[in-house]
Write a new protein. Structure first.
Length: 644
């Protein structure tokens, strides 16, 4: 055969103009065990043509030595190992032969194909131990006699996808820490623990924050925990913390080993040699709050994608630290407001104690004058009613403030007993029927029997119900007021709903705050201290329950109180024996009516029989020099009375 004929035949066996096609045509095949291509089995020549004409990375392994044939699409995967044409497989992939060698031999021996997906194969193809992942299949190649003589491989390098997904998971893990940190130090430690779990991507991390009152960066957290490398005595120096903190520009370092020796490797076989020192930006363009050091895993080159990932880690860290700073500021502000609230309550409590005695001495003569001047001029009677009504209002405020002070000081003496809550609530609600009828409103009380008793302190529950009904009457001008009680699983649920003026969406979150009033709300009177609903929430909380409010401005408001059945939620020793079921009480008489929420919860000063009153037969005033006891007994009043 002439040279031209041999060249044409070679072009048919190794078609195309690719680099590997030219190399195969020029290779001295007779110098190795495979022999001249003319002697190759048809299956081998076919496999070579498929391999060379494909744009997908492919390999043909042939013979007992598993000689290595590949196409142009496989060249980037070889790295510095190219050219490797016709070399033995063990010679080409010595570092991973302990993994792929047995797989190839099993295909040669059994004739059965294999499949590997995202298999980790550490390689040294670019001058360092590289973390790579591969998906490939080994398929048997038969000669003309049907004997397995080689292996055909289609291979895909999935390293970028696997590492990209892993880095995305790290960023998601960092994002999941949002809202968990209650301090700056805790935020830094959370970040360090997340990065410690991501050792292959960030084998070492150190977070430095500004020292309060200075610009000195201070180590706050490291990952792994306790890893704190110190610069070598004869090395180039420490991390450029101040430079990054002052300039706000990241610095990439390639001499980490020379500076600190061997840093934690994060599970890889060699320690990191590169790192980035990045600034932690302050909130909304403020000055940098610190610096984070992130070492790059030795298994991957610190390329643009890697730097972008580390930059995102720094930004996530800064966001978590800034959120912790904001939380601490908010917490400090809340504590200051709470302290002011406590101081205000304590002040009013002390003042209330001082008010009780003179208020008692005032209300006694006022009550006497009301009786003595019953037939006096209308103007005189009207002035006396104003004095009396405001005295009652002041008495209620005094008692409510004292209730608050006792609750805050933990001196509330609650005594819980199991009661028929439906009967108790219906009885309390009936006190308001005459006042609601007089206002021209419909009043619906729906309190069917509950499946079991509810443990309550009767006095506290009375204040809860009457306060809610008082509010409903105060802010409802037409329509109806509804009181309903029902069982809901393990809770008794009370709802007090009205069709009144409603509450704006902006005011709802502050509805149960102490001393907060909705100033612009239309009401039957402007009286009110802004502590009634706050007291209701405290009293419901003492019962282990919760209260919520729903409202639409112009349509009405619904308050919902949930109390648990049973006594397991109550403090030990505060629950009395079960009460016997009582029959429904008769309609209330003037002497048995309970006070409405518009009246003081205790007997007001100056009422008949109160200290200082000289109008009740059989009771003499206190002896001279002995102080009269303020509000010693409870009184009853009906809605619509002066001062209600």
């Amino acid at each position: 055969m002439s040279g031209l004929e041999r060249s044409g035949a070679a072009d048919l066996r190794f078609p195309g103009t690719s680099e590997m096609a030219r190399r195969m045509r020029a290779y001295p095949w007779s110098s190795i065990s495979m022999g001249e291509p003319d002697t190759w089995p048809t299956s081998l020549r076919t496999a070579c043509r498929i391999c060379l004409t494909s744009r997908f990375p492919m390999i043909v392994w042939w013979g007992e030595e598993l000689r290595f044939l590949y196409n142009d699409a496989y060249l980037p995967l070889l790295g510095s190992k190219h050219p490797a044409l016709a070399k033995t497989g063990e010679e080409v992939w010595e570092e991973i032969w302990h993994t792929i060698g047995p797989m190839l031999r099993s295909v040669m021996a059994s004739g059965e194909a294999t499949w590997s997906e995202d298999l980790l194969l550490p390689m040294n193809r670019h001058g360092y131990w590289e973390e790579t992942y591969w998906t490939y299949s080994y398929s048997p190649l038969h000669d003309d006699d049907g004997t397995v003589r080689g292996v055909f491989t289609a291979v895909s390098d999935t390293t970028e996808r696997v590492i990209g997904e892993r880095r995305l998971a790290v960023l998601q893990d960092l994002g999941a820490q949002a809202g968990h940190a209650r301090s700056v130090t805790e935020a830094c430690r959370l970040v360090a623990r997340v990065l410690e779990r991501a050792g292959l991507d960030v084998p070492f991390a150190a977070i430095y924050l500004r020292r309060p009152g200075s610009d000195e960066p201070v180590l706050t957290a490291t990952g792994p925990e306790g890893a704190e490398p110190h610069p070598l005595a004869d090395g180039p120096g420490d991390w450029p913390l101040r430079e990054v903190l002052d300039t706000g520009r990241p610095v990439t370092m390639t001499d980490v080993a020379e500076r600190f020796g061997a840093l934690p490797a994060g599970g890889w076989q060699t320690p990191p040699t590169q790192a980035m020192v990045l600034p932690l930006a302050g909130e909304t363009g403020g000055r940098n709050i610190g610096v984070i050091v992130l070492a790059a895993g030795a298994g991957r080159a610190l390329d643009e994608a890697y730097e972008s990932f580390l930059g995102l880690v720094a930004r996530q860290t800064a966001a978590l630290v800034n959120a912790a700073v904001a939380y601490q500021l908010q917490q400090r502000r809340a504590e200051e407001l709470a302290e002011l609230d406590r101081a205000k309550t304590a002040f009013f409590s002390n003042v209330s104690h001082e008010f009780r005695t003179p208020l008692t001495l005032i209300m006694g003569p006022v009550q006497e004058l009301r009786g003595a001047l019953a037939g006096a001029d209308a103007r005189v009677r009207e002035d006396l009613e104003v004095v009396h009504r405001n005295g009652l209002r002041l008495g209620k405020l005094v008692n409510t403030l004292l209730d608050f002070s006792r609750i805050e000081a933990g001196r509330t003496q609650a005594r819980y007993e199991p009661v028929d809550l439906s009967a108790v609530t219906a009885e309390l609600a009936s006190v308001f029927r005459s006042a609601i009828d007089k206002a021209g409103l419909a009043f619906d009380v729906d309190c069917p029997p509950l499946p079991e008793p509810v443990h309550i302190d009767r006095g506290m529950w009375e204040k809860v119900v009457l306060n809610l009904l008082s509010n409903a009457l105060k802010f409802t001008f037409d329509g109806s007021i509804r009181v309903a009680l029902r069982g809901d699983g393990e809770h008794a649920v009370l709802t007090v709903a009205d069709t009144g003026v409603g509450i704006s969406e902006e005011e709802l979150p502050r509805l149960f705050e102490r001393f907060h009033r909705v100033e612009s709300a239309r009401s039957r009177s402007n009286e009110g201290s802004g502590i009634g609903l706050a007291l209701v929430r405290e009293l419901v909380g003492l019962h282990g329950g919760a209260i919520t409010a729903e409202s639409t401005e112009g349509e009405g408001t619904t308050f919902t109180v949930r109390l648990p059945f049973g006594a397991a939620h109550l403090p030990p020793g505060t629950s009395s024996r079960p009460a016997r079921r009582r029959r429904s009480p008769p309609p209330p008489t003037r002497s048995s009516r309970r006070p409405c929420a518009g009246c003081p919860m205790t007997r007001p000063p100056g009422a008949p029989g109160a200290p200082g009153s000289r109008g009740r037969p059989g009771r003499s005033p206190a002896p001279p020099g002995r102080p009269r006891r303020a509000f010693p007994r409870r009184r009853t009043a009906r809605p619509g009375e002066p001062g209600c």
